[in-house]
Design a protein around this ligand. Sequence first.
Ligand code: ADE
Length: 995
Amino acid sequence: MRSGGEYCVFLFLLQSVLSDPGATNQVVLLDTTTVLGELDWRTYPVNGWDAITEMDEQNRPIHTFQVCHVMEPNQNNWLRSGWIQRQAAQRVYVELRFTLRDCNSIPWVSGTCKETFNLFYLQTDEPLPAGTRFRPTDYAKVDTIAADESFTQTDLGDRVLRLNTEIREVGPVTQKGFYLAFQDVGACIALVSVKVFYKRCPSTFRNLAAFPDTVPHTDSSSLVEVRGACVENAEERDTPKLYCGADGDWLVPLGRCVCSIGHEEMDGYCRACKPGFFKAFAGNTKCSKCPPHSSSHDQAATICHCDKGFYRAIADPSTMACTRPPSAPRNLVSLINDTALFLQWMPPSDTGGRKDITYNILCQRCDDSGGGVVQCEPCEPDLRFIPRPLGLTSTSVAVVDFASRINYTFHVEAVNGVSGLGVAARSLANVTINTHQAGPSLVAVVRKNWASLNSIALSWAEVENAPSEIVDYEVKYYEKEQEQLSYSSTRTRTRSVLVTGLRPSTVYVFHVRARTTAGYTAYSPNFEFATGAEDPDLADQGQVLVVVTASVGGFSLLVILTLFLLITGRCQGYIKARMKSEEKRRTRFHSGHVPFSGIKTYVDPDTYEDPTQAVQEFTKEIDPSYIRIERVIGAGEFGEVCSGRLRLPGRSDIAVAIKTLKGGYMEQQRREFLREASIMGQFNNPNIIRLEGVVTKSRPVMIVVEYMENGALDSFLRTRDGQFTVIQLVGMLRGIAAGVTYLSDMGYIHRDLAARNILVDENLMCKVSDFGMSRVLEDDTEAAYTTTVLFGQGGKIPIRWTAPEAIAYGKFSSASDAWSYGIVMWEVMSYGERPYWEMSNQDVILSIEEGYRLPAPMGCPVALHQLMLHCWQKQAGQRPHFSDILSFMDKLMLNPSSLLTLVNDVQSFPDSPEDMPDYPLFISIGDWLDSIKMSQYKNNFLAAGYTTLDSISTMSTDDIRRTGVCLIGHQRRIISSIQSLRLQLHHIQQSGFQV
Ligand code: ADE
C-alpha cells in the first residue's frame, strides 16, 4: 500500500514552520529546506520510503520523505542521505522535523503499525561508489525516534498537523564524511526536513582581542582554551583567553589587550588620537586633550609639543601644561645692622605657570680702583648666606661676614623648573648696598692656647695702628658641623678668652672683631679649633654616673611625664592614635557571642572602612599564572564557577574550584564578591571550605578554594538516593556539626546553613561553604532587630531553613543556625528531599507557627529525629548548642546500636492531646494527596480501595508500592505524611471527632 494518499502531511502548512534564521553558533552541513536541486537520497527497497518534492510559492522545492506501510507486517524500509562532509565538526547534531501518525487513529492496523523509526549513520572518508550495495549492518544506530505528538485524522476535511522536532547528537565523527540513514519498521511518517549541523564558538572580539572560530571538544564537559590576538594598535596586558564551551558559547574571559600609545578604544577597536589630542601610555584610557600651551598636529600623537617660549621640564608629566621661566622677583629691599645684612623681596608676578620657584643670590663687590674705574668681582666666597645663597624657597636671606665700607651688589634671581631651557634672559632683581663698618678687621690671626673636653682658650694679636680706640672684642663661634645656623658669642676686654660649655671632640669655628669707638670693625678670617677627645679608659665614674642618672632620670621623667599627660588628658590624642587600630579590631568582635577563650574571633569585614583592607588582611593574592582553569562547573551569583588546578611555587599542584567575577561589574559587586573571601580567609578548620587565595590585581577577579569532588551535598544525595548506611549519613552530619561548632566558637553566624551550601569531597567529608549571607549582628539591639536591617541589605531569607525569630525579627544567632542545622539533618536523612516539599513559603511560616514540624524521613533513627525536633524548639534558648550537637553525634557514632530504632517502628502516641502538634486536617484522600503534591496518585489509591483517611493511616511502604507508586521519592513523601497523619488522627479521635 502506498503512503502518499490520505495519511500524508499537508505541505502548505509547513512553510511557516520551517523558516529558522539559524543560530550563529551553528555551522550547517546540510539543510534539506535550502537545497534547491534534487536531494538524491536513496531508498531501500525502492518502494519503501517515498520522496515528494513540492514547490513553494517562491518556486523553491520542499523535499519531503514519507512512508506509511502500516497494514503490512515486517517492514524494513531504509532512506539514506547523500554523503555529508564533516568539515571541522567533531560532534554533529541532526535536527529532524517530522509527523508521525497515531496508530490508534488508523483502523485495522493493530499489530503491524509502529510509532517510531530509527536513525543510523555511517562514516567514510569518500562518498561510496555509485552502485554500492546498501548493507544496513554497516550503519551504527544513533537512536530510536518517537514523536512527542502524533497526528490524528479527525475527518477528511479537518486534519491536524503536528510537527515534531527532535535533535540527536551523532559522533564523535572522525572520518571526512558520513551518511545518515532512517529505518522505518512500519510507521506512518513524513520526514519534512533534516538539518545537520555542528556547534562552534563563532569568531569574536573581547577585551580588544580577536578570537577565531573554535570547535568545542568532543568531551562535552571540557572547555577549549583559546588565546586571543590583540587587535591592531593594541598590546597584551594579561594574555587574553576565552574558553569555548560545548554549546558554542564563549566563557570565562581572561586577560585583555589595551590600546597602544597614541590610540584609544572605540567600539572594540583602537583608533588613533585626533590632532589636538594625545595618549602617552598604553592602557584603556582615552586620548587626552593637549594641555595648555601645547599642541599636536598629527594623528596618533603620543605627546603634545610645547608652544614657542614654553617648555616641559624633564620630570614634568606629559599631561601637564607647558610652562615658562618666571619673571624677576619684585620689590627687593635690603636692611643692614651691626652683624648682618638682610635681603627681602616679593615673588615674581608671573610664575611661568609653575609652583617650583626658587631663588639664587649672586653677589658682586665693586671697588673704585681710582680714576673712576669701577672693578667688580664675585663676592660670594667671602660672605656667608643664611640659610644659603642658592635654591632658596623663602623670599629673604641674611648675609654675614661682609667687610665694611664696601659696595656690594646683590642680584636675586628667580628660577623655576624650566629656567635655562630656552634663551630667555635671567629674571633678576638687583640691589647695591654700602657697608659702613668701622674699618677692616684688626685681628689677623687667632690662636688656640689649649683645649679641654669642654673648653678652648684663645688669644690673638692686634694689628698695629688701630684707627680708633678699642672698646672690647667680640668672639663669635659655632659648631662647624652645624653650619652656623645658630652661633654663640662672648665679649672680652683683653686679647684672650676662655670659651666654655663646648662639646668634646667637636670642631668649632671662631672669628673675632673689635668694637671701636667708631663702631665694629670687620671680622677676622675664620679659625677652626677642636675640643679634646674623651679617653674611654679614663671615662670617670662621675661622668658615667651622670650619664646613667641622666638616662634613668630621663626614663622616670618620661614615665612621670606620660602619667601626667595622661591624667591631664594632654596625651589623649597620641594614645588615641596609637590605640585606634587596635580598638577598631576589638570592636569588630561584637557578634553577641562570648568566644571560647583561646579561639580566634571572627572579624566582620563590614567593619572596615575600606573593605579592600579586609581582603588584604585575610586573603592571599595569587598570581593568575599559577591557576589553570579546566572546566565550568556551575554558575555563581557573580559569574561562572570553574574547576582547575593551582600550582603555587615550590608546591605540587592541587585541584581547586575557582569562582569568577564576570566583567562589567560595579565596585559594589566586586566588594560583595570579595567579602566572602575575606570571611573564608579567617577560618582554618577541616570542615570549613579552605580558601587558597584570591586574584584581585588582574581580570577576572577570582576566589580560589579547595575543590570538592562530589559538589553540593543536596544534589549529591539526590543522585545517590538510598545508597548510604545510616552511619555514613551520621558521619556527614557530624562533619557539618564540627564545622558549624568551629564557626560558632569564632562568633560567626552563618545564616544560610542548608545542604546546598555544604560541599562533599571524594571521601564523603562535608565542609561548610557559602559565606555570602553572614552579617554579624550589632550589639545595639535597636539597630539589629528592625526589619530594615533584615531586608534592607538585599538578602533574601531562605524561609524553609530559617528559625522563626530570624524570619520575624531578623534575630540571627547561633541558635538560629542550630534550627537550620536541624533542617540540614532532615535533608540528609531524606536524601535531599525538599523541606516541607512543595508547600509555599507562607504556608511553611504559618504551619511552623502553629507547631507543625517536619516528620522523620523514612528510615530515620529516632535519636536523629529527636535531635531535629530539639533544634526546632520555638524558644531559641532551648535549642542545643553546637558543641552539644557535636558530642551527641560522636556518641551516636561510637554507639551505632543507638541508631537502630527507626521512627517508622515507633507506634506509640503521646499521652495527652495537648502535647500533640496541631497538624493540618485533611478532608479526603484527594485533598490529602493534593496537599503533598501527589495528586497524580488519586486514582491509584481509590482503585486500591483506600477511600478514607483512616484506611491509609496504617499503610506501610509496601502497601504504597502496591498501589502503583514506584518512585522512591514519592513513596517517601507519602509515608512521611502518613506518619504525621497518624498523629493527627489519633489526636482527633481522642477529641471525639469522627473522621
Ligand atoms: N562548587 C562550588 N564550589 C565548589 C568546590 N569548592 N568544589 C566543587 N564544586 C564546587
